[in-house]
Design a protein around this ligand. Sequence first.
Ligand code: GDP
Ligand code: MG
Length: 439
Amino acid sequence: GLTGRLQNVFSKLRGKGKVSEDDVNEAMREVRLALLEADVNFKVVKEFVAKVKEKSIGKEVMDSFTPGMIIIDIVNKELTELMGGSQAKLAKANKGPTVIMMVGLQGAGKTTTSAKLAKLLQKQNSRPLLVAADIYRPAAIKQLEVLGEQIKVPVFSLGDKVSPVEIAKQGLQHAKDNGNDYLIVDTAGRLHIDEELMEELRQIHTEVNPDEVLLVVDAMTGQDAVNVADNFNTQLTLTGVVLTKLDGDTRGGAALSVKAVTGCPIKFAALGEKIDALEPFHPERMASRILGMGDMLSLIEKAQSNIDVEKAKEMERKMRNAEFTFDDFLEQMDQVKKLGPLDQIMDMIPGMGKMKQAKDIKVDDKQMGRIEAIVFSMTKQEKQHPEMIDHKRRKRIATGSGTNIAEVNRLIKQFDEMRRMMKQFSDMMGPKGPKGKAM
Ligand code: GDP
Ligand code: MG
């Protein structure tokens, strides 16, 4: 899938000590292919790749300590922008009920989403009213009534012998009379867009003057969903899109293209058939989901603002040349501590959480303090040449640090282990990432 392919591109980038313009071009070629394969609109892909390339090819990025990381970060930010940047909120009427009209093709998920949205609003202490305005699909009214019953939200219906325009009109009056603050109108769909459907929707629109016209599209249909959105938007002026079936095996194309092609923000995402499987759409979260990196991104940001680049570079050199000493170890611990509680950092690094469990390595901050005390009790020589610390010296260090000899033994034994751990950490942050690992 898209996530796997992008991760491949990035692990290649991270594996490079220096990133050249050719590397960026090669990476962007692969990003381009990955996006096209994920059914993202080709124009969108073209513009996206051009933007990322422009920001990535530059002295600032390429000369940095973590060029691969910065490029991943650029891709993440641009993906977020592509999907609208920040979360698009639902409109609220100044006066009277906020009217939300749900439109879309048959089977997209309008009826289900109407009920889900009602549930979401109800949780925020609103009093929504659902309106059953699909008189064509057999049992569509019943479907909405059953869902309404399930979530204890009233459903307004007049059967299937009254016109949808009339149902919507009376539904709005009912909401006003009963103090409902949201009116959600579930409309009919067709298998394809046709003039008859559009005309009816326009009439309902004129009648109830909605604050929101939400187009419900099936994310599984990829670019078709985007074309449908574009088409509806020219005929009806949408205020937002709801992407459904994101729980399925979607290729991501719809999520990535809708905003760029139609100018309409995605306001909600549906991730399942269950009634509470609807959430406000967060471009940022979707981007990290597509990149498959979750908290890794926040760790990258933290590292970029907190790690002393010069020191880290020097440390890396030392580790590679096996010159790493207890002094460096202390300094490295300082750097790592700047990122936050150690436990959390470890959990943010893919693979580290598992390693922590498997090796039963204690990495809480209290433990760090004891380790520091032991190292502080070593002489300058001992810190530089750990191999010279014999039994007698260990006893002295234990006494001096207020620990015991077993702990000193363990630390020295674990020094190698820790060094490897720090090395792995430094690999994560630095340019010489292990090929194909972690991310
Ligand atoms: P409508 O014709 O647009 O009103 O579509 P429905 O609301 O009747 O939904 C059509 C089918 O899609 C139903 O079987 C729903 O359970 C299913 N569905 C709707 N949203 C989702 C979703 O987010 N995930 C999954 N897996 N199925 C969904
Ligand atoms: Mg329906």
